[in-house]
Design a protein around this ligand. Structure first.
Ligand code: NI
Length: 172
């Protein structure tokens, strides 16, 4: 087990479209375990492999702190195959620490993914888990939640981010 270093905006790995996972080997299992440990330590409700510098389509999500029906979800090659409704909830991201903003998303999503043993699953997610699925799958396509903001809000974000970065550097 190991804690992985979380990459922060604007690390270029966060902008890359991640590669499909084709090898379901021990190193994939190890990476998923390390990502879950890193997410819990942060703490966060989701983490995608590009956020730890690995451009592969793998995410971990655990919304059980706020949704008692939720549990750890390890998703390989996930894709949204159906979506319904709209929601507008505040989001944050371990790669954009100390910044939160409301983002418009689908209220429920149907997600198809493979587990670590290459078996295919389809789940229907709602609430925080639905938002987390959309947020994490975006990471696999090189999209951050701040990319969904209006041009005005993005310019406010960029100014705030400069201050946040100075603050983060002071903490190191
Ligand atoms: Ni994120």
């Amino acid at each position: 087990m190991a804690l992985l270093r979380i990459r922060h905006y604007p690390d270029p790995v966060l902008k890359k479209v991640a590669a499909q996972v084709t090898e379901f080997d021990d190193s994939l299992h190890q990476l998923a375990h390390d990502m879950a440990e890193t997410m819990y330590a942060a703490p966060g409700v989701g983490l995608a492999a590009p956020q730890v510098g690995i451009s592969k389509r793998l995410t971990v999500i655990d919304c059980s702190a706020r949704d008692e029906d939720a549990q750890l979800l390890v998703m390989v090659n996930p894709e949204v195959i159906d979506q319904e409704g709209e929601c507008f909830e505040e989001e944050g991201c371990l790669s954009v620490p100390e910044y939160y903003a409301k983002v418009s998303r689908s209220a429920t999503v149907k997600v198809r993914f493979q587990d670590l043993d290459e078996k295919t699953h389809v789940i229907e997610a709602q609430g925080l888990t639905s938002v987390a699925c959309q947020h994490e799958i975006d990471h696999l396509d090189g999209i951050l939640f701040v990319d969904h903001l209006s041009p005005l809000k993005r310019s406010i974000f960029r100014k705030k981010w400069k201050k946040i970065q100075e603050h983060l550097t002071e903490q190191m």
